[in-house]
Design a protein around this ligand. Structure first.
Ligand code: 3PG
Ligand code: MG
Length: 409
C-alpha cells in the first residue's frame, strides 16, 4: 500500500460526545533558554482540540518533546507547552505528570466533557521509540477513540503514533487531514505543469527525494550549495564554494535521468559570491561562468531569480523544500527572499498552488515574510522530507481505514 492510495477517517461525523479521545499531537515546539520561540504547531493544532471539545469529547493530548531517550529529563517536560496551549485555546488545560500509570488514569477519570488534558512527554518512557506494545496498550486503555493530528511525527513508528492505533478506532485530526490533502494535491495529483524547488547544502542527503520527485515534476529547480555540485559536475568552476566532489557522477546521472523523463532541471545562471562567510561580508554578483577562484557562492543572483520567476509564471503547482542560499546571513538571503516573494505573489493572484515544508524551509519563508501567502506550509520537517521521498509514513499507514474518506484524486 502506498501513502497515496490510502483513505482515512476524519473528524467528520465523529460521535465523540462524552468519549475519551486520545489526541496524538506534535507539541515538539522550538524552545530557546526555556522559552517557546514559535507557536505555529500549537496554533495549527488548536482547531482540532476545539472541535473535539465542542462536540463534548474529553480530550487527552499526548506528545513527545525533544529526545530524552527514555528518561525523565526535567528540561524536556511538556509542562511549559501545556501552559502555552491553554493560552492559545483560551481555556484551562489539565495536566498529568506521566503519560500512563496512576497519574494519567486519575487525571483522565476526573476529566469532564469538553475539557482538555495534556500528558507528560511520551519519550520519558523507553517504550515510546521502541513502539513497545505494552506502552501502546497502556495509552489505548486511557481512551475510547484515537485521533492522530501529528503529521510531523508520522515518520516515526512509535507507540503513540503507530502502536496505539491498533487498539482504538483511529481518525485523522484536522491538521493531519490538511497536511495530507495539501501534499496529495501538490505531488500525487497536481495541476500541471508542476515544479519543485529543492535547495539545501547536500545532494547526498536528498538523493531519495530527488529520485522520487524527478518522476513527478516537470521542472526541478536546484538551489543552495547543492546546485554547486551540479554546476561543478557540468564543468563549471565554482571556486571555493561548498560542494560534494564525490557526488559529481551522481549529479550527472540525475541530470541524464531527468532528461530522459522530460523533467527540466534549472540551475543558477548567476551567483552572489564572497571571500568570507559572515554577515555583511563584501560580496559581488557574477555570471555563473565567472566565479573567481578564491570566492564562494553564497546565494543565487538576480538573473537566476528573474529566470526562475519567469518560469514559475507558466507553472500551476510548486513544491518548495530548501533555501536558494545562505539565508540565515544577510545579504545572502536576498535570492531566497526574492523567489519566495514571487511565489507568494503568483499564489495570491490565484495562478499558482504553492506548498512548502521541511525544517529550514519554513524558517526561510518566515524570514522572507511570506508564510501566510503560500497555499500551504507544512508543520513538518523530517516527515515532509520522507513524504517527498515517496516513503509510506508509519503513522499515516496506521490510520488507513477502509470506508474512510479518500484523499482528493
Ligand atoms: C520534529 O520536530 O521533526 C518531530 O516532532 C519529530 O521529532 P524527532 O525528529 O525527534 O523524532
Ligand atoms: Mg526531526
Amino acid at each position: 500500500m502506498t501513502a497515496t492510495a490510502t483513505s482515512f477517517r476524519t473528524l467528520d461525523n465523529l460521535d465523540c460526545a462524552g468519549k475519551r479521545v486520545l489526541l496524538r499531537a506534535d507539541l515538539n515546539v522550538p524552545v530557546r533558554e526555556g522559552a517557546i520561540t514559535d507557536l505555529t504547531r500549537i496554533q495549527r493544532l488548536a482547531p482540532t482540540i476545539r472541535e473535539l471539545a465542542e462536540k463534548g469529547a474529553r480530550v487527552i493530548v499526548v506528545s513527545h518533546f525533544d529526545r530524552p531517550k527514555g528518561k525523565r529529563v526535567p528540561e524536556m517536560s511538556l509542562a511549559p507547552v501545556r501552559t502555552a496551549l491553554a493560552d492559545v485555546l483560551g481555556q484551562p488545560v489539565h495536566w498529568a505528570d506521566d503519560c500512563i500509570g496512576p497519574d494519567a488514569e486519575k487525571a483522565v477519570a476526573s476529566l469532564k466533557d469538553g475539557e482538555v488534558l495534556v500528558l507528560e512527554n511520551t519519550r520519558y518512557h523507553a517504550g515510546e521509540e521502541k513502539n513497545d506494545p505494552e506502552l501502546a496498550r497502556a495509552l489505548a486503555a486511557l481512551a475510547d477513540l484515537y485521533v492522530n493530528d501529528a503529521f510531523s511525527a508520522a515518520h516515526r513508528a512509535h507507540a503513540s503514533t503507530e502502536g496505539v492505533a491498533r487498539h482504538l478506532p483511529a481518525h485523522a485530526g484536522r491538521l493531519m487531514q490538511a497536511e495530507l490533502e495539501a501534499l496529495t494535491l501538490a505531488l500525487e495529483n497536481p495541476e500541471r505543469p508542476v515544479a519543485a524547488v529543492v535547495g539545501g547544502a547536500k545532494i547526498s542527503t536528498k538523493l531519495d527525494l530527488i529520485g522520487n520527485i524527478l518522476a513527478k515534476v516537470d521542472v526541478l529547480i536546484i538551489g543552495g550549495a547543492m546546485a554547486n555540485t551540479f554546476l561543478a559536475a557540468k564543468g563549471v568552476a565554482v571556486g571555493r564554494s561548498l560542494q560534494e566532489a564525490d557526488m559529481h557522477d551522481t549529479a550527472r546521472a540525475i541530470m541524464a535521468q531527468a532528461e530522459a523523463r522530460g523533467c527540466e532541471i534549472l540551475l543558477p545562471v548567476d551567483a552572489v559570491v564572497a571571500r568570507e562567510f559572515k554577515a555583511g561580508a563584501d560580496s559581488e554578483t557574477v555570471g555563473i561562468d565567472a566565479v573567481p577562484a578564491d570566492t564562494m557562492i553564497l546565494d543565487a543572483g538576480p538573473l537566476t531569480v528573474a529566470h526562475l520567476t519567469a518560469k514559475l509564471a507558466s507553472v500551476r503547482t510548486l513544491v518548495w523544500n530548501g533555501p536558494l542560499g545562505a539565508f540565515e546571513i544577510a545579504p545572502f538571503d536576498v535570492g531566497t527572499n526574492s523567489l519566495a516573494r514571487a511565489v507568494a505573489d503568483l499564489t495570491t493572484q490565484g495562478k499558482l498552488r504553492s506548498v512548502a515544508g521541511g525544517g529550514d524551509t519554513v524558517s526561510a519563508l518566515r524570514h522572507a515574510g511570506v508564510v501566510d501567502q503560500f497555499s500551504y506550509v507544512s508543520t513538518a520537517g523530517g516527515a515532509f522530507l520522507e513524504w517527498l521521498e515517496g516513503k509510506t509514513l508509519p503513522g499515516i499507514q496506521a490510520l488507513a481505514a477502509l470506508g474512510g474518506v479518500a484523499l482528493p484524486t
